[in-house]
Design a protein. Structure first.
Length: 366
């Protein structure tokens, strides 16, 4: 037997065994650590995982960007209806389970199960229907505009002759008045405020005068402290301005009166409604859709076509666009409503009797 060769073979076998053992242990450690890490990530997801998980629970329309392929008109419900609270109806909002409407001097709450075509004239607490007027703290104010709901609070623009427009806040749960604050931009009072919209992600408050242009009438953006509001105190601070423009960047004007505004659920899209009951060309009014990030117009409604917002100002109907809300109702929970994501008030200002309501519904396609 060749002893040197045998020794060399033994050394090689030992070397091979040691390396294979070390490699195997390293691989096993990696597998174990990986499995442990997977367990940690499964039981304690990071913020990105939470966001993705939350997004999966949202309707498809609510997690898309501002890219809209088309908007389809679904019809009216109620349609040309005096339902007991349609007189001087101005605004609409929701909290995913309830409707909120503003008349000129009244604030209403209806559960989603309530048929909006049914005539109601008084509060019915057992049925979840609540109503309240303008509180004594707002004496001298006589006009509620289009409202918005945010984190359990209702934000309502209020106006009065000779008064600085204010934002009044009520609790969504019981319509109890919380507080209000005047709308001033760098010490100068806003002229009017017919609508308000709260950005769902940033919590910033958007409103405007009764006209929008690229000079002295942009959208005014305010900030407020939510924790302070929970303690019963509203204080608005100026934040920034948003100038709206055509898709090509050119100057854009939205003629008076500005009647309603709301954001999509993700805040990427801003919807604005304008128009008057008389002395107004209907082609200049309706629903405007904008990219929130750059202020550029995406699409506007017309008197006909898929994105139809037909209305007839002047004698004899005096129809007037009003408030708007964003609410995905494709789940069929709202009686009589075919679905859709945006819902807009058209008020028939009858000159002979009580106003009638058309609530228009639209589906968004991305």
């Amino acid at each position: 037997m060749n002893t040197p060769n045998l020794k060399r073979k033994k050394r090689f076998v030992n070397y091979l065994f040691i390396n294979l053992t070390v490699s195997g242990l390293l691989m096993l450690t990696t597998i174990v650590n990986g499995a442990a890490q997977m367990q940690v990530e499964t039981s304690s997801p990071n913020n990105n995982d939470k966001t993705e998980s939350a997004n999966k629970q949202l309707p498809k329309q609510q997690i898309k960007s501002a890219k809209i392929s088309r908007i389809k008109y679904l019809g009216n419900f109620p349609s040309d209806r005096n339902n007991g609270w349609s007189e001087k109806l101005n605004g609409v909002a929701n909290d995913a389970n309830n409707w909120f409407f503003t008349q000129e001097k009244q604030l209403w709450k209806f559960p989603i199960s309530h048929n909006l075509n049914k005539k109601v004239t008084q509060s019915q607490p057992r049925a979840g229907i609540l109503k309240t007027g303008i509180p004594n703290a707002l004496r001298g104010y006589n006009h509620y505009g289009d409202l918005d709901q945010y984190r359990g609070f209702l934000f309502i623009p209020v106006e009065g002759k000779g008064k600085i427009p204010r934002i009044a806040v009520f609790k969504a749960s019981n319509l109890a008045y919380v507080d209000s604050y005047p709308l001033k931009w760098n010490g100068k009072a806003q002229q009017q405020s017919g609508w308000v919209a709260i950005h769902p992600r940033t919590g910033l408050l958007y409103t405007s005068n009764n006209i929008i242009d690229r000079n002295n009438n942009p959208i005014f953006i305010y900030k407020f402290n939510l924790e302070q509001l929970k303690r019963g105190k509203l204080q608005l601070q100026t934040h920034s301005k948003l100038y709206l423009k055509e898709n090509n960047g050119n100057k854009l004007i939205i003629k008076k009166y500005l009647q309603g505004g709301v954001f999509s659920s993700n805040g990427n899209t801003l919807y604005i409604v304008n128009g008057k009951a008389k002395d107004f060309n209907s082609k200049d009014g309706g629903i405007w859709v904008f990219n929130t990030n750059n202020g550029k117009k995406i699409i506007k409604s017309g008197q006909n076509g898929s994105f139809k917002f037909e209305f007839h100002p002047g004698f004899s109907k005096y129809e007037e666009p009003e408030g708007i809300t964003f609410w995905n109702l494709d789940d069929g929970r709202a009686p009589g409503i075919k679905g859709g994501q945006i819902h807009v008030i058209l008020r028939d200002n009858d000159w002979t009797n009580t106003d009638e309501l058309y609530l228009k519904h639209y589906r968004i396609y991305y």
